[in-house]
Design a protein around this ligand. Structure first.
Ligand code: DX5
Ligand code: ZN
Length: 221
C-alpha cells in the first residue's frame, strides 16, 4: 500500500470560481480529480480540455482525469497539452485497454482503469499490470453527491490482494460518496487515493473537511 492521497473532485466545486476553489485546497491535497463526462457514456456533460488547460495555469497539483466518455483515447493528445497527468478510462468502454494504455504512454500520460460498481474485478484483472491506478467506483458514475456503496470495499480487498501478490505498485483509488465516515474502512482494505467531491467542496470549510478526511484515513495507521 502507498501513502494515502486525497483527491478533491472538482465536480462539487463552485463552477463560477474554479481557480479560487482549487487554490483553497491546493496546499492540503495531493491530487485534483477532474470528472470529464460526455453526455453519452453517462447522461451528464461536465467540462473538458479547455477547463483543464485553464486550471493548469493556476495549479501544480497532480491532475487526475477521470474520463467518463465513450472514446477516451481520442482526447489523450489534447489532454496532455492541457496539462493532464493521469487519464483514467472505463473498462466498460475499453474491454481490452492494451492499445489505449499504450496510446496514453506515448502521450506521456499515466494511465488508469475504472470499474463501475456492477463490473467485477475479473474484468480488469488481465490488465492490472498495464495501469498506474485502478479506480474502483463506489457509486454509479455520472453524478456527485450519491451514497457510498459499501459492497465496493469487497472489490478493493480483492484488488489489493491481487496487486500485492503480484508485487505491483498500482494505486487503488475509490470514488463516490467518500467521507470521513467510510474512509477509514476503505483504507483498511487497501485504498491509496481517496476522491471526495461533496465531502470537501460541499462543505462550508473545504480545508477543514480535507483535514478531517485525512485524520480519518490516518487514524491508527
Ligand atoms: C461520479 C464522479 C465522482 C464524483 C464524486 O461520477 O466520478 O468523482 O465527483 O462526488 P462525491 O464525492 O460527491 O460522491
Ligand atoms: Zn470521478
Amino acid at each position: 500500500m502507498q501513502p494515502a492521497r486525497i483527491a478533491p473532485s472538482l465536480l462539487a466545486a463552485d463552477f463560477a470560481h474554479l481557480a479560487e476553489e482549487v487554490a483553497m485546497v491546493e496546499p492540503h491535497v495531493e491530487f485534483l480529480h477532474l470528472d470529464v463526462m460526455d453526455g453519452h457514456f453517462v447522461p451528464n456533460i461536465t467540462f473538458g480540455t479547455p477547463v483543464i488547460a485553464a486550471l493548469r495555469r493556476f495549479s501544480s497539483l497532480f491532475f487526475d482525469c477521470h474520463l467518463m466518455t465513450t472514446n477516451p483515447d481520442a482526447h489523450f493528445p489534447a489532454l496532455h497539452t492541457a496539462g493532464a497527468d493521469l487519464v483514467t478510462v472505463h473498462i466498460e468502454v475499453c474491454p481490452d485497454p492494451t492499445r489505449v494504455a499504450a496510446r496514453a504512454r506515448a502521450e506521456g500520460l499515466s494511465f488508469g482503469l475504472a470499474l463501475n460498481p456492477s463490473t467485477p474485478f475479473e474484468a480488469v484483472e488481465p490488465f492490472v499490470e498495464l495501469v498506474d491506478l485502478l479506480l474502483i467506483m463506489s457509486v454509479h458514475p455520472g453524478l456527485g453527491g450519491q451514497s457510498f456503496i459499501s459492497d465496493s470495499l469487497k472489490k478493493v480487498e480483492i484488488a489489493r490482494k491481487f496487486i500485492d501478490s503480484h508485487s505491483l505498485t498500482t494505486d487503488i483509488e475509490i470514488d463516490g460518496g467518500v467521507s470521513s465516515e467510510n474512509a477509514r474502512a476503505a483504507r483498511d482494505v487497501g485504498v491509496d487515493v481517496f476522491v471526495a467531491g461533496s465531502a470537501i467542496f460541499g462543505s462550508p470549510d473545504p480545508v477543514a473537511a480535507v483535514r478531517h478526511l485525512r485524520a480519518a484515513v490516518e487514524s491508527m495507521e
